[in-house]
Design a protein around this ligand. Structure first.
Ligand code: NDP
Length: 290
């Protein structure tokens, strides 16, 4: 726990990261473009560096967490020498292509580079609830695994630097889909005087129940075979038509159910009506038409 670390970028997330390292007993150097954001951390024992290059040189491991990759390049681009021999872990959110490009860029400057993604809000940092994903060379991750453990449930995904970003957006897709489905149902039930709080625990059980299906459905996807063990896609599509009809009848948006049905209709048109729902992976697996 006495391994020194540097945190660059002290926004809401960066301050939480630096605070967790301090609480973990790590000598922590910090730098932020707006210097005053280091004041609170300095009072807690962090060492503010005068420049980003000084901050990079202060520790063998530097965590960067700023708004976007453009900011990463802006703030690290000025002084190549400071990157030589250091390990850089970039926890800034972005795309897999940005992550892979940043890895090449850091490599050309002599740095070891891991990309990461934070699937947590700042107050959760430092607890097991904070899921923090890493991708890049495994040896570089293992060298710092115990230090990174101060931040939360630290996970290594694989050597491809783009993986952390891909898992990050996959998680967002899940989050919004569950929330949107819940909002659709809530909007319909409210037309009958059922308030959101009454429906929420019911919806919670359905979401948890559906989540149980994922591993079995994943086996169908991975094997490329979709026998209708529970229900055929054409049965699901008839229920989708009910959902659309009901939404329209009670005067709530049918936008989302129509979009989902359009995908399922395409799959049926391609001959998959007798197969099970996960066969839709073939529709999800190609560029959108609309
Ligand atoms: P903030 O807006 O609070 O902080 C942004 C930080 O980026 C500040 O330190 C800012 O410096 C710095 N910055 C922006 N542009 C530049 C630049 N050109 N040069 C130098 N520094 C720059 O954002 P967060 O801390 O909340 O988010 C940071 C990252 O963490 C984002 O990628 C975000 O997606 C990710 N994240 C955040 C979560 C959250 O709940 N907050 C959750 C999961 C991920 P300055 O203070 O000088 O403006």
């Amino acid at each position: 726990s006495d391994t020194p670390v540097t945190v660059i970028g002290l926004g809401l997330m960066g301050q939480a990261l630096a605070g967790a390292f301090l609480r973990g007993g790590h000598p922590t150097t910090v730098w932020n473009r707006t210097a005053s954001k280091a004041d609170k951390l300095a009072a807690e024992g962090a060492r503010p560096a005068p420049t980003a290059a000084d901050a990079l040189r202060a520790s063998p491991l530097t965590i960067v967490c700023v708004t976007d990759y453009r900011a990463v390049h802006e703030l690290l681009g000025a002084d190549d020498a400071a990157l030589d021999g250091t390990t850089l872990i970039n926890l800034t959110s972005g795309t897999s292509a940005q992550a892979r490009e940043a890895a090449r860029w850091a490599g050309r400057r002599g740095a070891r580079y891991l990309d990461g993604a934070i699937m947590a809000v700042p107050p959760a940092i430092g607890t097991d609830e904070a899921v923090i994903l890493h991708s890049g060379p495994q040896a570089d991750f293992e060298a710092h695994r115990s230090t990174l453990g101060a931040l939360g449930a630290v996970t290594y995904l694989g050597a491809d630097h783009g993986l952390a970003s891909l898992y990050d957006v996959a998680g967002l897709a899940m989050m919004w889909s569950v929330l949107n489905a819940w909002l659709q149902g809530t909007a319909m039930l409210r037309t009958a005087g059922v308030d959101a709080a009454t429906y929420a625990p019911f919806a919670q059980r359905i979401a948890a129940g559906v989540a149980e299906w994922l591993p079995g459905y994943a086996e169908q996807i991975d094997s490329g075979s979709f026998p209708a063990e529970v229900s055929a896609l054409e049965t699901d599509v008839r229920a989708m038509a009910h959902l659309i009809e009901e939404s329209e009848a009670v005067g709530v948006s049918a936008e989302l159910p129509k979009m989902i049905k359009a995908m399922a209709d395409r799959s049926i048109a391609a001959g998959h009506g007798g197969e099970q729902y996960p066969v839709l992976i073939e529709e999800f697996g190609r560029p959108s038409t609309g």
